[in-house]
Design a protein around this ligand. Structure first.
Ligand code: BG6
Length: 475
């Protein structure tokens, strides 16, 4: 039993995303999205990074998103499992192209709306509050091929139409919304993050920051629309979080870490504070970036979010000498390997205190409630002779991080809730693997699309159920 407590009404649950769980990639009139073009195997990284253009599917590739874990057909069973654990919140995303298959239609696809209405009703039936991301790594492909995705200002209009449809169609069912998942990932993984593909002669920084501007204006605009449609709506931004530590106490290393933090925080600085941060003009100058803005943008950006959400897997580390050779992108964002923390099999750091540090920094900076909407350990699970999965490593990771979050709450930070990542095993975003598992529920499917897709409770399932029942006291 922990001495630390969680507030009454704290939301406990887990997270999935449409692009990694639903499958049904053309079902119900859905259009192709960016993630549907990203294969498993050697071409995965170049495509994700926007360095290799893939606008058509290939017969000889395996695309993990096409069937994923078939949440599209199994959501009732999956939501029942979440209810059995006692979830009070379930985070998922809406696939934009189920509602607008091409992205630029004027009217939505009724079948797509009906699907999500059923999903959210199923949640409500079990007393689970949906937390819904409007765009989680899945831009409709037609918007990429016809408009160049977020590099084009017209995306603001398309996204606003789609978002309004969601707020109106799911009014009364969904109250918590996130605009863009891990918005800062646009810098690190431009195609999967924002549908960007680069030409050889262009400055990628210019393209990325212009796209970022369009996303930031779109995010602020739909925050305003959400409040207009229903003043009860709560809208959050979403950061791929994790503070940078300086490699040493050398002032140059401390400065390098500050700069790396700002690179990521830039996005939510705008979303949470309503204007470009003071450091941005100098950064843009150094990168040769000139942002084209419309006269109304400054006013639109003032529509700030209600809360700040973030994912946290690990802290990061930077030095003045950091470069391509000595850093790694194990955790998507490039970092030096911190010798003081443990790592997962995939090289992702494990640093629970880093969560408390990150949360304190974010609350000091924004003074808005926080929502930890992704946290977890990607690990290989083995089914033992008795047909059970003893995932004690996952329990210990989550226990330590929940404890760190409780400490952050004890530091005075208001926290709305906690959704562990991949509460049911799903496709890994970075590698496309199924074998990198995060769930309390095992899904019988391998890295090549083989398996029954049957669900099975792991040891962590029973542990998390107990954590929720005790409102975080029994860790
Ligand atoms: C976050 C994403 O980056 O991390 C998720 O929002 C992703 O989509 C998660 O799945 C874990 O990363 P991975 O690569 O292990 O799936």
């Amino acid at each position: 039993m922990s001495e630390l407590t969680f507030p009454a009404g704290f939301l406990w649950g887990g997270a999935l995303a449409a692009n990694q769980s639903e499958g049904g990639y053309l079902a119900g009139g859905k259009g192709l999205t960016t993630v549907d073009m990203i294969p498993h195997g050697p071409h995965r990284m170049p495509v994700k990074l926007g360095l290799e253009q893939r606008f058509t599917l290939r017969e000889d590739e395996y695309y993990p998103s096409h069937q994923a874990i078939d949440f599209y057909h199994r959501y009732k069973e999956d939501i029942a499992l979440m209810a059995e654990m006692g979830f009070s919140v379930f985070r998922t995303s809406i696939a934009w192209s189920r509602l607008y298959p091409n992205g630029d239609e004027l009217q939505p696809n009724a079948e797509g709306i009906a699907f999500y209405r059923d999903v959210f009703r199923e949640c409500k039936k079990h007393g689970i509050e949906p937390l819904v991301t409007l765009c989680h790594f899945d831009v409709p492909m037609h918007l990429v091929t016809e408009y160049g995705s977020w590099r084009n200002r017209k995306m603001i209009e398309f996204f606003a139409r789609y978002a309004r449809t969601c707020f109106e169609a799911f009014d009364g069912l969904v109250k918590y919304w996130l605009t863009f998942n891990e918005i800062n990932i646009l810098l690190h993984s431009p195609f999967s993050g924002a549908g960007l593909v680069f030409e050889a002669d262009e400055n990628p920084e210019q393209v990325k920051y212009q796209a970022a501007h369009h996303e930031l204006v779109a995010s602020a605009l739909v925050t305003r629309i959400a409040h207009e449609v229903n003043p009860q709506n709560q809208v959050g931004c979403m950061l791929a979080g994790g503070n940078f530590y300086p490699w040493s106490s050398k002032p140059e290393d401390v400065w390098a870490a500050l700069e790396k933090d700002r690179e990521n925080l830039f996005f939510i600085d705008v979303q949470a504070r309503g204007a470009y941060p003071s450091y941005s003009a100098r950064v843009f100058r150094e990168k040769g970036v000139k942002i084209e803005m419309a006269p109304e943008d400054t006013e639109i950006l003032k529509n700030t979010v209600d809360f700040v959400s973030f994912s946290y897997y690990a802290s990061r580390c930077a030095s003045a000498e950091m470069n391509e050779q000595n850093s790694s992108a194990a955790n998507v964002v490039k970092s030096l390997t911190n010798p003081h923390i443990k790592r997962s099999e995939w090289g992702w750091g494990i640093d629970p205190l880093g969560l408390r540090i990150t949360m304190n920094m974010m609350y000091d900076r924004y003074q808005k409630p926080l929502f930890l909407v992704e946290n977890g350990l990607g690990a290989r699970d083995e089914i033992n002779a008795d047909g059970e999965i003893h995932d004690d490593y996952r329990i210990s990771y989550l226990r330590e991080h929940i404890h760190a979050m409780a400490q952050a709450i004890d530091d005075g930070i208001p926290v709305i809730g906690y959704t562990t990542w991949g509460c049911i095993d799903l496709v890994a975003a970075s590698t496309g693997e199924m074998s990198k598992r995060y769930g309390f529920v095992y899904v019988d499917r391998d890295d090549h699309g083989q398996g029954s897709l049957n669900r099975m409770r792991k040891k962590s399932f029973w542990w998390y159920k107990k954590v929720i029942a005790s409102n975080g006291r029994d860790l």
